[in-house]
Write a protein that binds this ligand. Structure first.
Ligand code: NAD
Ligand code: GLY
Length: 367
């Protein structure tokens, strides 16, 4: 097992990454300081529950906990206020009190939703992230928790750190291939923003990563978690530098909102968004090789880099206006300066974004 610390003073917490960790989850809850006299709420989804819930519940009960479980329908559509209310209802009916903890067993959807329940239930209970997707190496770290509004993604949320992240890599073996690629988009993103060598490593080892080779995957996820932890440690609440983690998000979130949540998977939408950010970089005078390399890294991992023609430019622009990164009439983009280095550019012209979107819909190379 490897452990990384997210260094946030009194809100610091460990990320444990390894094999066979679910079996010992009861002991980890004791280590995290969750009292046995207060019920625990496990939130999971309809794909994860049949595979992993029974063993989690058994370990928790063996360690003396009372367990209440709530299973949400799998998929992005569950990150909604309606499902949030259903989870809270289970928490109330199950007798959760202020000393209880919420356990998020699943991917980023479960993590974001259950984290938002933890942040708000009785004004805040403890929680643990138990990621079961590759993508969740990103979403489980850093304390951003939220649900979506039909008009815009992650509109209702909080910064609320877990007490622990317990990442059992064995669970990744049951992920469908499209989810594997989607999750690897976030690993490439971590390389593109801060670690040039890692970004090219992901391209070179794409076949092993897609085949879930344990050594390659373990290395990529540990590297991704470390990069994210370092960024969070310096800027927990996105006052500045944390925004670099949003590479690809301005266009990516608009694609998710316009297409309907779940049409493109989150990592796929971010991949198209990262291709868009690299096109914007070229428009702003950066080296065109950044775009070529970004696209080759993403396509090596079977990720999309083009937008289907039916996506309306007007609707995408409108969705971007609702994004949290749109402030005081100006659009902020994370723009690559080189592979492994990005800038936060906060005065991007809407006309440039519009032409990037038009270009993303074309099949041919932009030059
Ligand atoms: P997800 O939670 O929907 O999981 C993807 C699919 O895989 C689901 O159908 C799920 O049921 C299934 N699944 C999960 N684990 C499985 C397993 N081990 N075996 C088989 N199937 C499994 O999606 P995701 O890609 O993990 O996360 C995407 C979400 O994360 C988005 O809502 C995105 O906004 C959010 N996100 C949040 C942050 C953050 O910092 N909070 C960062 C990045 C992404
Ligand atoms: N995914 C962006 C962040 O965690 O800040």
């Amino acid at each position: 097992m490897r452990s990384i610390t997210v260094d946030l003073g009194e809100r610091s917490y460990p990320i444990h990454i390894g094999s066979g960790l679910l079996q010992g989850i009861g002991g980890r809850c004791i280590e995290a300081g969750f009292p046995q006299r207060s019920p625990l709420l496990v939130v999971t989804d309809s794909e994860v529950a049949p595979r992993y819930l029974a063993q989690v519940e058994a370990s928790l009960r063996e360690s003396g906990y009372t367990v209440v479980s709530h299973i949400i329908p799998a998929g992005e559509a569950s990150k909604s206020l309606a499902v949030y209310e259903e989870v809270v209802t289970s928490a109330i009916q199950g007798g959760l009190d202020r000393s209880s903890a919420v356990l998020a067993l699943g991917g980023g959807v479960v993590g974001d939703l259950a984290g938002f329940v933890a942040a708000t239930y009785m004004r805040g209970t403890q929680f643990m992230q138990i990621p079961t997707t590759i993508l969740a190496h990103d979403s489980s770290v850093g304390g951003k928790v939220a649900v979506n509004h039909p008009l815009a993604k992650n509109m209702l949320g909080a910064f609320y750190q877990p007490s622990m992240v317990l990442y059992d890599l064995d669970t990744l073996a049951t992920l469908p291939p499209r989810q594997v690629s989607s999750g690897l988009a976030e690993a490439v993103k971590h390389g593109l923003i801060l670690d040039r060598e890692f970004a090219y490593w992901c391209r070179e080892h794409a076949a092993e990563l897609l085949a879930l080779n344990p050594e390659a995957l373990g290395y990529a996820l540990e590297r991704g978690c470390s990069i994210k932890s370092a960024v969070i440690g310096n800027d927990e609440r996105e006052q500045g530098q944390r925004a670099i983690l949003n590479l690809g998000h301005t266009i990516g979130h608009a694609i998710e909102a316009v297409g309907g949540y779940g049409v493109f998977l989150h990592g796929e939408a971010i991949a198209i968004g990262m291709a868009g950010a690299a096109l914007l970089a070229a428009k702003l005078g950066r080296d065109r090789a950044i775009y070529e390399d970004t696209v080759s890294m993403l396509t090596a991992l079977s990720l999309p880099v083009r937008l289907p023609a039916e996506y309306s430019e007007d609707e995408l622009m409108e969705a971007m206006m609702h994004d949290k990164k749109f402030k005081e009439g100006r659009m902020t983009f994370i723009v690559p300066d080189a592979i492994g280095r990005v800038s936060i550019v906060s005065d991007v012209q809407q006309s440039d974004v519009r032409s990037v979107i038009a270009q993303l819909k074309k099949e041919d190379s932009p030059w």
